[in-house]
Write a protein that binds this ligand. Structure first.
Ligand SMILES: *Cc1c(COP(=O)(O)O)cnc(C)c1O
Length: 374
């Protein structure tokens, strides 16, 4: 029997293959491999899709975050508040910009950043707050802004997992700034690394663009010390082809999530993912919790192992909250510091979810999951 992968990049490729080949031929004919008309067109199309005025394509999502922080002038001594249960890149970008990550716990139902904890972590050195739109739904940015109570703190959204998601009808970055990733497995994925910054702030977009292009707007102009983090033309071709299908693919993800919900509702020992009111979720990941709060990782690990042995690509996003990783050990946090994030890391598991998943495959996943949870 064919396995059921966590994501199916091959099925997505088959849909866009012809367009991608035609686009690659256009680029090969001109040999303009970095920047150029494909990149400019994608930037316009993704800005329009996102409902913002500016999009700056960059090399990856980590750079997108770091470039925004640098463009905002962050450096040594500045603090950035972010959730401890995120992909390492969010915190890496802060450290790479020279600032200090300040971790906070998450909400136990949605695993989104805890608003009260975020407010409590704001201090005199805090320059930025990074809500992470985890698993494909937006964090309650309007509540975070309210909780800041006028403190001079910028909100920089980590939108790597939520292309197309809305909160009260608006996407990430609208009226502010968001950094996103087009890593192949994201809802909008390139054929390699790519990322972007979306914003309505023209000055900030320009500051990001020059920092991603050796500090200038044109060749041999260097107004600040920048770097090389540009979007490649071949990646832009892929992203343009996939962007046309993204709304439909997100719709298919929503249908698949609803099917999991229906199949798993009321099952003992399985907690379903919660959706915040006002959110249109795009289900980058479908994450359930197994077992009871505080029971540790043993049962979950056994369930994942059994599913994988059955050919089902279940995963864990993410098995370690960042304060318990050696990379961030110098921040001096220990187990117990962020109880909700620690408990989630022990009990979460991600089921296969992608636009090409079939109802039969989902039934098999659920049957195997229920058997494994026992
Ligand atoms: C994927 C991801 C990133 C970083 O993206 P890369 O393109 O891999 O550098 C940042 N934050 C989150 C939450 C992500 O999932």
């Amino acid at each position: 029997m064919r396995g059921i992968p966590l994501v199916d990049l091959k099925a997505a490729h088959e849909e866009v293959e012809e367009e991608v080949r035609e686009g690659f031929a256009r680029v090969l004919a001109t040999t303009g491999f970095v920047g150029g008309p494909e990149v400019a067109a994608f930037e316009q199309e993704f800005a329009a899709f996102s409902g913002v005025s500016r999009c700056v394509g960059v090399s990856n999502g980590t750079d997108a975050l770091e470039l925004v922080l640098r463009a905002l002038g962050l450096g040594a001594g500045d603090e950035v508040v972010l959730p401890v249960n995120t992909f390492a890149a969010t915190a890496e970008a802060v450290s790479l910009a020279g600032a200090t990550p300040v971790f906070v716990d998450c909400d136990p139902d949605t695993q989104l950043i805890d608003v009260e904890a975020a407010a409590a972590a704001i201090g005199p050195r805090t320059k930025v707050l990074i809500p992470v739109h985890l698993y494909g739904q937006l964090a309650p940015v309007e509540r975070l802004r309210e909780a800041l109570a006028g403190a001079p703190v910028r909100i920089v959204e980590d939108a790597a997992q939520c292309q197309g998601a809305t909160r009260f009808g608006r996407q990430a970055g609208v009226g502010g700034v968001a950094a996103t990733s087009f890593y192949p497995g994201k809802n909008l994925g390139a054929y390699g690394d790519a990322g972007a910054v979306v914003t309505d702030d023209a000055e900030l977009a320009d500051a990001v663009r020059i920092r991603a292009n050796h500090g200038g707007r044109s060749k041999y102009e260097h107004v600040v010390v920048g770097r090389n983090s540009r979007l490649d033309a071949l990646q832009a071709v892929v992203l343009r082809a996939k962007l046309k299908r993204l709304a439909g693919w997100n719709e298919a993800r929503r249908a698949a999530a609803a099917r999991y919900h229906a199949l798993l509702a009321g099952q003992d020992g399985i907690q379903l993912p919660a959706v915040l009111e006002g959110n249109e979720h795009v289900w980058h990941l479908y994450v359930v919790k197994v077992g009871e709060p505080g029971e540790g990782a043993e049962r979950r690990d056994a369930v994942v192992e059994k599913l994988n042995a059955d050919g089902i690509g279940a995963g864990v996003h993410y098995p370690y909250p960042l304060h318990l990783t050696p990379a961030f050990a110098d921040l001096d946090h220990f187990r117990g510091a962020f109880p909700h994030a620690e408990d989630a890391a022990d009990r979460i598991l991600s089921l296969p979810l992608h636009p090409h998943l079939t109802a039969e495959e989902q039934e098999r996943v659920v049957e195997r999951l229920l058997a494994a949870v026992g």
